[in-house]
Every structure is written in C-alpha cells, then in structure tokens.
Design a protein around this ligand. Structure first.
Ligand code: ADP
Ligand code: MG
Length: 378
C-alpha cells in the first residue's frame, strides 16, 4: 500500500512519524481529448494508482525538506527563495508558491512522497503529486478550500511555475475523483459532475518516449487559439472553440490545419455529451464513440502514433471489446480499451507479447476502475 510506503519513507528520511498522510489519484480520460484548454468538456476517471504524501510541521523553520521514493536524499525548498530548478521538486515548489502568493503563511514542512503512478506515461503523476501535496498542506493548516479550487491552484502551479501550459483536467481528476463514477468536466468555468461508471477499463502504455510532445502540444494550443480568432470573426460572441458550432466553423476562413483542429474539438465535445447521456441512462460505455474519438485525434488532430494506432486496431479485433482510443495528450503514452471485464483481462494478458513482436519492445498494461480523488489516509 502506497500509504504504508510513504510512512516508511518519512520515518527513514526524517526520524519520527508524520502527523498526516494523504493521497491523490492518477487518472485516465475515457473521452474528451484536447478539449480542456479549448473550454470544452471531458470524462476522465480517477484510478487506483495513487501518490501519497506524508507531512509534519517544522516549527520555527521557513524551509520545506522533501524526499520522494525513499531514495535520492532529502532536498530543501527555501520558502523565501522558490525558483524553478527544472526537476521534480518544481511541482511541489509551484504549489508552495501558489499558497504563499495567496498570503498564506506556510511554515516549513517535512514531506515524504510515494507513488505507484508510472511517471511520464500519461496517467498524470504530476497532477497527483501537486494535488496530494496541496491537499496535505491545506489539511494540516486547517484551510478548507473545495477540491475544484485546490485543483485550479495546482493547475496554476504547473502552468506558472513548472511552465507547462496544461488544462485543468488532470488536477481536477486527481482532486475530485469519486469511486464508481466518471467525472463529467466542463472547463469554462471548471465544474465536475459525477456520472455512475462501474466498468473496468484496460490501459495500455505504449512505452514510447514522448520526445516531441512538449513542443507539439504547445503548437496545438496555438493552432486552436488561432482557429478561435478566425471563428470569432464570423461569430463574435463565441467564447471558446468548444462552444463553436460546425456551421460557424464552415463559415470561418482559416487554414486547413486549423480547421481540422477545430473540427476535432467541436466533434469531441459532442461525443462527450453523448457518452454522458448513455451512461446516465444506465447503459454500457459507448465503444463506437471511443473509436470515433481516436480516428479524429489521429486524422484531424494528428496526435496519435503508429504504436497507439496499432493498439487500437489490435484491441478492436479481440472478442468482447467494444472500443479503444488513445488517452492523454498522445504522441506516445497510453491507450484505453473498453469492453467486458473478462475480455479486458485476457487482452491484458495476450497483448504484450503481440505488441513486442510487432513493435519491438514491451508495453505495460493495467486494468483499472474509478476511484476516489484526494483523501486523508491517516
Ligand atoms: P505524467 O503527469 O503524465 O506522469 P509529466 O511529465 O506531466 O507526466 O510528469 C512527470 C514528472 O512529474 C516526473 O518527471 C517528475 O518530475 C514528477 N513526478 C511525478 N510523480 C512524482 C513522484 N512520485 N516523485 C517525484 N516526482 C514526481
Ligand atoms: Mg503531467
């Protein structure tokens, strides 16, 4: 258990016991990709892969000491001199920076971190770290903000301090997850509504380094911003790209690339609404919408990869599988597969060997279901 691990790491690093242990969740997005920064909607679940944080006050100190994973030594973050260092502590320093920037007098802390979320695979280990740490500090200091506000503060930390122009989905899922429910999210403004979802899903990590990802992601953000400007020339009251209609897009004058990016965003939001309606009516996840989402991401948004396409095609040939799509930003990372629980388990068992043979290295697979967001462990 990750909460037990973090207690052990804490005691090893700092002597004595933590006063509080909390955790926050990794996430998988079921549908609604590349829409958060376009004011659209998405449907992720928080998963059982979690990051735990153990904390204790350091009376009289104005610096936080921190260790992750029980190895690598203890690092120190001086609260008066928080600066980006281009390492993992930036995610924590960014949250401290947000809290201090709000006028909160954050005392020095001893902090241990433990996680079973694979880092850099698209299951959002960075947001889980930010949210778990932010939740720990708020709980320890008796500050009662709601999970949406906590998530938005952590998003600001990642945008402003770490320098990643991310949307709010990852942090909202890490903070607001509900066991047995998917999270219907809107982003302008941010709201989260839990929708019953008790199915298992299979996550396949293509285990391909995402070297292009940072720059390509920023390029998409800019293309969408430019597409919105073009749409607003014909429809000035449209507030976000996700709020535009296909008719308005058809009237707008813009380069083909921007048109395809916008078409993905508008169609993807409609797929999210259809999925939510289907689940709310008590039906299974509509797998065909996952496939349509993947095709749109592959062809219009151009953020798939040969490995992700292979996983989706391979999964759709297996019996008992209803749908599959890339999940997360793309350009490598993970795919998600929907279907009967038994079919997902047998695909999880057989896929790695087939993938290795076709692609040349082993993928990782996890069968997950919807779990809670930020919570107190002890
Ligand atoms: P993802 O969020 O999809 O896992 P990111 O690249 O956004 O991928 O975030 C991964 C980074 O977050 C890691 O390289 C590391 O800097 C930081 N990180 C996440 N979890 C931990 C952890 N448990 N301990 C230390 N650093 C972590
Ligand atoms: Mg991340």
């Amino acid at each position: 258990m990750i909460a037990d691990d973090v207690r052990r790491h804490f005691t090893k690093s700092f002597d004595g016991e933590p006063t509080l242990v909390v955790s926050a969740a990794g996430r998988v997005n079921l549908i609604g990709e590349h829409v958060d920064y376009n004011g659209g909607e998405a449907l992720p679940i928080a998963i059982q892969r979690r990051t735990a944080v153990a904390v204790r006050l350091r009376p009289g100190a104005a610096a936080t000491r921190i260790n992750s994973g029980g190895t690598g030594g203890v690092l120190t973050l001086d609260h008066a001199r928080l600066a980006r260092k281009r390492k993992w502590t930036d995610y924590v320093a960014g949250v401290l920076d947000q809290l201090i920037g709000r006028g909160i007098d954050v005392p020095g802390l001893d902090v241990a971190v433990a996680s079973d979320i694979p880092s850099g695979s698209g299951l959002s280990s960075s947001a889980a770290l930010e949210v778990a740490f932010g939740f720990a500090v708020e709980t320890l200091l008796g500050l009662h903000t709601d999970p949406v506000a906590l998530a938005l503060m952590c998003q600001n930390a990642e945008r402003q301090f770490v320098g990643v122009p991310c949307g709010a989905m990852d942090q909202l899922a890490a903070a607001c997850g509900v066991e047995g429910h998917a999270l219907h999210m809107q982003f302008a403004p941010a709201t989260v509504c839990a929708v019953p979802f008790t199915e298992h899903v299979l996550v396949v990590d293509t285990a391909v380094p995402r070297t292009l990802r940072g720059s390509a992601y920023e390029e998409r953000v800019k293309e969408c911003a430019a597409a919105l400007v073009a749409v607003q020339r014909v429809a000035p009251t449209v507030p976000t790209l996700a709020a535009a209609t296909m008719e308005q897009l058809a009237q707008a004058e813009l380069p083909d690339v921007q048109r395809r990016r916008a078409r993905h965003v508008i169609a993807e939001c409609e797929r999210v609404r259809q999925t939510v309606a289907t689940l709310a009516a008590g039906h299974q996840f509509p797998g065909h919408l996952a496939v349509a989402s993947h095709e749109s991401l592959r062809d219009d948004y151009e953020c798939s990869s040969p490995e992700l396409d292979w996983v989706v095609q391979h999964a759709m040939r297996a019996s008992g599988i209803s749908g599959a799509r890339l999940t997360g930003a793309g350009w490598g990372g993970c795919a998600v597969v929907f279907g009967e629980a038994g079919a997902l388990e047998s695909l999880a068992a057989s896929l790695p060997a087939d993938y290795s043979q076709a692609i040349g290295h082993r993928p990782r697979t996890w069968v997950v279901s919807a779990d809670a967001g930020a919570r107190i462990e002890s």
